[in-house]
Design a binder for this molecule. Structure first.
Ligand code: FAD
Length: 418
């Protein structure tokens, strides 16, 4: 068997893999990407956050993405019954990008992979990693192509960006259960001819359908809109029939979606995803680093996935370059801790969303603009800005704020009664 020799092998050509590959390649190293599927391929994760733009820029992808004409995104709207809460990223507390895109991931990911290939990084499609042997930090990886043909790649370092494939955690038994309860999504792309009924398309909308169940509405520049329902698996079990019957019944059951999406043509049959939350104990080891979804994926509610993928890949790539130069790298301090800082901030917001704490905050009338700007920063993905009290104290600040709002409302209504 022939053995190809590279400096860095990147597993997966999603956002994590391509951002890492580009940055390491630009530093002058020989990089190769292996990707299990043929592109374009479907993957969910269509709403980006402004914080991802800096990583996409450093990877040299912004111009190529701009050329594709994806829908620009300037904020996020939350809806519950008649109450709405609009966040415009211009209001964010942390300086940085104040817009991003809403993308069909098949096209977006292909744009990133084509761009990295044009830069000179080979991307081997329909090539699956099936085995890795480490000898210190050097490794030999076995890959299998679509014809079942095996070959080997020797690398000085591996970046695992295999997303839901979780290649290294699976091969080396590093998998750990998530602290979040399992949830399920039923979604499709709809031909959204009645889009003008809503104040869109330059933002996404999250609708609270009932406690623990919400709907995403992500309009694309093509006139197609992604609509998905997320909730406990038992919630969906109460709806009979095929997935399409369930999907249409759910669109009808929610007043916010009923008229706009009644009888809409679907671009594809509704799809189901479930139990997506996953993690692992350690995001690095001798000769490898995990990036993107392989580190930890929480929940779709705050569109954190692609941003965490891009930022973790950006951080990892710079550390890999230092490692290849034989410089000392403290992976725990310089990679694990900052990555967990971002993940844990989002985790607090995800938990507050499902517990209803965020309903109290989002749907309060006359919100304090300073606090709104600080929370807006988190929703824009600026989860590493420790000057923001809603990042620094992410686990307590939301609870405290919700309790203050509830107490003030109680006092107000009791003084009205008196
Ligand atoms: P991926 O994009 O999954 O790419 C990994 C690549 O690795 C794939 O192309 C795969 O084929 C390849 N691969 C896998 N195994 C192997 C192997 N053995 N050998 C070679 N290649 C391999 N995120 C957002 O930011 N916004 C959203 O609105 C959003 N909505 C979501 C909704 C739902 C219901 C779910 C479940 C997730 C959502 N996400 C969202 C999360 C998003 O899907 C992921 O976080 C994101 O795709 C992670 O990017 P990645 O580069 O880490 O992995």
């Amino acid at each position: 068997m022939t053995i190809e020799q590279v400096d860095v092998l990147v597993i997966g050509a999603g956002p994590a893999g391509t951002v890492a590959a580009s940055i390491i390649h630009q530093a002058g190293y020989k990089v190769k990407v292996v990707e299990k599927q043929q592109f374009p391929r479907f993957v969910i994760g269509e709403s980006l956050l402004p914080r991802s733009m800096d990583a996409l820029q450093e990877a040299g992808f912004i111009e190529a993405i701009k050329e594709k004409g994806f829908q620009q995104k300037y904020g996020a709207k939350f809806v519950k019954g008649d109450a709405t809460c609009d966040f415009t990223f211009e209001e964010q507390f942390t300086p940085g990008w104040t817009w991003t895109w809403q993308v069909t991931r098949a096209d977006f990911d292909k744009t990133l992979a084509d761009t990295v290939e044009k830069m000179g990084v080979p991307v081997a499609y329909e090539t699956t990693v099936t085995d890795i042997r480490f000898n210190g930090s050097d490794s030999v990886t076995t890959v299998t192509d679509k014809n079942g043909q095996q070959s080997q790649i020797a690398a000085r370092f591996i970046v695992d960006g295999s997303g839901y494939g979780r290649v290294i955690p699976r091969l080396f038994n590093l998998e750990k259960n998530s602290s979040l309860q399992p949830r399920k999504a039923l979604f499709a792309h709809t031909v959204d001819e009645r889009r003008s009924m809503a104040d869109e398309p330059n933002r996404i909308t999250a609708v609270v359908h009932q406690k623990g169940v919400w709907i995403w509405i992500i309009p694309f520049s093509t006139g197609v809109t992604s609509v998905g329902f997320v909730g406990d698996p038992e919630f969906f079990a109460a709806y009979p029939g095929s997935d399409e019957e369930k999907y249409r019944a759910l669109l009808e059951a929610e007043p916010y979606t009923r008229e706009r999406f009644r009888d809409v043509p679907l671009v594809f049959e509704p799809r189901i995803l479930e139990s997506w939350s996953a993690t692992t104990d350690k995001f690095y080891g001798d000769g490898f680093v995990l990036t993107g979804n392989v580190t930890e994926f929480l929940d779709p509610i705050f569109s954190s996935g692609v941003t965490l993928a891009c930022v973790s890949a950006q951080t990892a790539a710079k550390l890999v370059i230092r490692k290849l130069k034989n410089e000392a790298v403290d992976w725990e301090k310089e990679y694990m801790e900052p990555t967990m800082q971002g993940v844990n901030t989002f985790r607090s917001y995800v938990m507050a969303w499902y517990e209803g704490t965020l309903d109290t905050i989002f749907f309060k009338k006359d919100a304090d603009p300073v606090i709104k700007g600080q929370i807006c920063s988190v929703l824009a993905g600026y989860v590493w800005d420790l000057d923001n009290p809603f990042v620094k104290n992410h686990d307590t600040a939301l609870k405290r704020l919700a309790r203050t709002i509830e107490l003030t409302e109680k006092l107000k209504s009791s003084s009205e009664i008196e």
